[in-house]
Design a protein around this ligand. Structure first.
Ligand code: 3HC
Ligand code: NAI
Length: 704
């Protein structure tokens, strides 16, 4: 028996215990943090049921989870390892077949295998605030413990299909409305579970075996979902298998579950499953930084300098997270522009149902204040500077902040490329200075690079991570270099794209190939969206220090010389008008002229070659970023690209993709491309060593 347990409680194992109270056998699961259905939970639960079955004094069984949630799913860490008995589907059937009535108490996030266990019980009661869902599809699999068979029996085919193919959880109220749970009960999980058991005995709560119910046929819902997924998720594997599995729900439950198992196994073997689960863990891995143990400073108010594209987006994100913002600009007109953009962003939040109309008014009247004087930032806990990307402007501002801001205020820059050490050096408190690099639009994009300069204190780093959490963003730690993790790698692979464009591939061919790989947009669509003027400015800044060996492609600069900056001016690589984006013939003429100037005879590129060169370049610079310690681990680079650059989630990120390709193959490719350009294509030492030793990036992620 565990110490500290109430009398009458006996431990089945470390994570499952039983307690007999009157006629009720109460099973408690205690597998922190999320009660994942690990091997120990499955074994313990099985044994607990057997024990209670055999106890003549027990008339009814109740099941609940201790801590913050009932089972939040199968234990994802066991995926990819040999499965160990008892399997979750067998356990679910065993629960359903239990002679004595059994009720399940749902609370917290009852997801995946957790909901499957609950659906196998004979009745379900949820606490208010419970989220219920089958998110397996987001991990590249499908509910594999009867979820595709029992959910349609309880909630109907159409509702089950939506839930299973979207992976989105629903509230306890919605679950009740659709029959997934039988009642919402208030109180402590243990007490509500005990009461529910009594109601099951008295008949106040009906007892049903889900597997014995019949789902009402709804072929129209199945056909409609197939059509929708063929359009929206053609590249993904598991959503389509989810529909196939649900379609089997009209078979007897065991036959349906056999079909579900066959489809589940196919998903498990798919490389998309590995990519998506890597992506899941990447979001959690990035929080494990050397400064994690430091105490973050308290942030009760934020100052934002500059109300342009980024400043207004950052201010919106901070306001939506419930913090007051003081926005400063150069003049009144700038303030008005910034405030209008913020108000427009908040309108969008109201439209999407994320904010009430009153909430919007309250934010604008109570939480946002503005000034043209940096002195207005004297009392804020954190300042985020988002002015023009010019070192002289940033230096001047940080010099002023040093004299204006209270001691202990965190001073952050949103610079895309500039050296945070230089910025910090203009203050007498470099330990308070950090880079907080948001992505556009800042109130939408989830990535935040936390750029740690030489003297940044651990508490300030921890504060950056705490802020990201508050803003519901994914923070990734980066060291200082030109462009940090993301933009540095992008600047490099963009050159590989430009070389292909110069040598014969059209921007549209390159974009189409990269979309085919799974990117949301190709590199030239991204360039047009971000504004070609931004890279033009960076090209000019770097011109003086550009190595003479580097092959320079001036095509985008030539386009900019016509004041064609992409989407915002109506044309760039593409034309944007009422007929939708289409290749810009003028840009194509510039490309032809530049090829001629450089004496290049254009050749054709297959999509495969485009993807290979593009990905090899991305990985190559990723390896250098690792070698230099700019990124802590390969998985941090993956998190940056998944959350800030539209990298296909099912491919797990560039460094996960590198493992799929293999270091040996990457070295071979780089050496082959080096025949044309030995300056750009150089094998990083680390990659060569990996090719020799067989070490993978996945292994580096787990190394302490
Ligand atoms: N298996 C193993 N570990 C898990 C896990 C799971 N299913 N779910 C969460 N964890 C771990 C996390 O990795 C994290 O570990 P760490 O502290 O070492 O980094 C820890 O639990 C806490 O997780 P979060 O930081 O995510 O905690 P939150 O409170 O923010 O979120 C949650 C909780 C909503 C449950 C979220 O963790 C989540 O969405 N988990 C995944 C749920 C899921 O996908 N379930 C389905 C699994 S597949 C399945 O059930 C197959 C079946 O059909 C056969
Ligand atoms: P922007 O040109 O849209 O906005 C800059 C704003 O700063 C202007 O409104 C200007 O009036 C204001 N400003 C200039 N000097 C000022 C001063 N001394 N005091 C107060 N306000 C001042 O520029 P954008 O795109 O918002 O970029 C801002 C910063 O964010 C830059 O450092 C940029 O590199 C970075 N960034 C930009 C991203 C993008 O996609 N646009 C993405 C991530 C970072």
């Amino acid at each position: 028996m565990h110490s500290g347990m109430p009398t009458g409680t006996s431990a089945i194992n470390d994570v499952v215990s039983i307690e007999i109270i009157g006629n009720t056998g109460l099973i408690a699961l205690d597998n922190p943090p999320v009660n994942a259905a690990s091997h120990a939970v499955r074994t313990g639960l099985w044994q607990a049921l057997e024990t209670l079955q055999q106890d003549d004094g027990v008339q009814v069984i109740a099941l609940y989870g201790k801590g913050r949630t009932f089972i939040a799913g199968a234990d994802i860490r066991e995926f990819g390892k040999p499965p160990q008995d008892p399997w979750l589907p067998d356990l679910c059937n065993f629960i359903e077949d239990t002679e004595k009535p059994i009720v399940c108490l749902l609370h917290g996030t009852t997801l995946g295998g957790g909901l499957e266990v609950a659906m196998s019980c004979h009745a379900r009661v949820a606490l208010p605030g419970t989220r219920v869902g089958l998110p397996e599809v987001t991990l590249g699999i499908l509910p594999g413990a009867g979820g595709t068979q029992r959910a349609p029996r309880l909630a109907g085919v159409a509702f089950a299909l939506d839930m299973i193919t979207s992976g989105k959880p629903v509230s306890a109220e919605v679950a009740l409305e659709h029959g997934l749970v039988d009642r919402i009960g208030e109180g402590e999980p243990r007490e509500v579970a005990l009461q529910a058991a009594q109601d099951l005995v008295s008949g106040a709560l009906p007892r049903r075996k889900t597997g014995e119910l019949a789902a009402t046929p709804d072929q129209a819902a199945i056909d409609a979902m197939r059509t929708k997924l063929a359009k929206t998720q053609a590249q993904l594997f598991s959503p389509h298998k989810c529909v196939d599995a649900v379609e089997a729900c009209h078979l007897p439950i065991r036959d349906g579950m056999a079909e579900e198992r066959r489809l589940y196994n196919a998903c498990m073997e798919s490389p998309q499953r590995a990519g998506l689960i890597h992506a899941f863990f990447s979001e959690r891995a990035v929080t494990k930084v050397p400064e994690a143990a430091a105490e973050p400073r308290e942030i009760r108010s934020v100052g934002v300098i500059g109300g342009g594209t980024m400043g207004s987006g950052i201010a919106t994100a901070v306001l939506l997270a419930g913090l007051p913002v003081t926005l400063t600009e150069r003049d009144q007109a700038g303030l008005e522009r910034g405030t209008d953009t913020i108000a427009g962003n908040l309108d969008g939040a109201v439209k999407r149902g994320k904010l009430s109309a009153e909430g919007r008014e309250k934010i604008l009247s109570d939480r946002l204040s503005t000034s043209t004087d940096l002195k207005a930032l004297a009392d804020v806990d954190l300042v985020i500077e988002a002015v023009f990307e010019e070192m002289s402007v940033k230096r001047e501002i940080f010099g002023t902040l040093d004299t204006v801001c209270k001691p202990g205020a965190v001073l952050a820059s949103n610079t895309s490329y500039l050296d945070i050490n230089d910025i910090a050096a203009t203050t007498g408190r470099p330990e308070d200075v950090i880079g907080l690099h948001f992505f556009s639009p800042a109130h939408v994009m989830r990535l935040l690079e936390v750029v740690v300069a030489d003297k940044t204190s651990p508490e300030v780093v921890a504060t950056g991570f705490a802020l990201a959490k508050k803003l519901k963003k994914i923070a990734v730690r980066s060291g200082v270099c030109d462009g940090f993790i993301g933009n540095r790698i992008m600047t490099f692979y963009k050159k590989a794209a430009d070389y292909m464009m110069m040598d014969g591939a059209s921007p549209e061919e390159i974009d189409t190939a990269m979309r085919g790989f799974g990117f949301a947009m190709g590199p030239y669509q991204v360039a047009d969206l971000a504004g070609l003027d931004i890279s033009w400015a960076a090209n000019k800044r770097r011109a003086a220090t550009r190595p003479k060996e580097e092959r320079y492609i001036p095509i985008a600069d030539r386009i900019c010389e016509n004041s064609w900056f992409g989407r915002k001016t109506g044309q760039g690589f593409y034309i944007y008008d009422d007929n939708g984006p289409r290749p810009n013939p003028e840009a194509l003429s510039i490309i032809d002229a530049e090829r001629e100037n450089a004496g290049v005879t254009p050749r054709s590129f297959t999509s495969e070659e485009i993807v290979e060169r593009f990905m090899t370049a991305m990985i190559l610079e990723g390896v250098r970023v690792l070698e230099e310690g700019i990124a802590l681990r390969p998985i941090d680079i993956d998190a940056v690209f998944l959350n800030g650059y539209g990298f296909p989630r099912f491919r797990g990120g560039p460094m996960h993709t590198a493992d799929v390709i293999g270091a040996g193959e990457l070295v071979r490719r780089i050496e082959a491309y080096a025949q044309e350009d030995s300056y750009y294509w150089q094998v990083p030492e680390l990659l060569r060593k990996m090719a020799e030793s067989g070490e993978t990036f996945a292994e580096m992620n787990t190394r302490g």
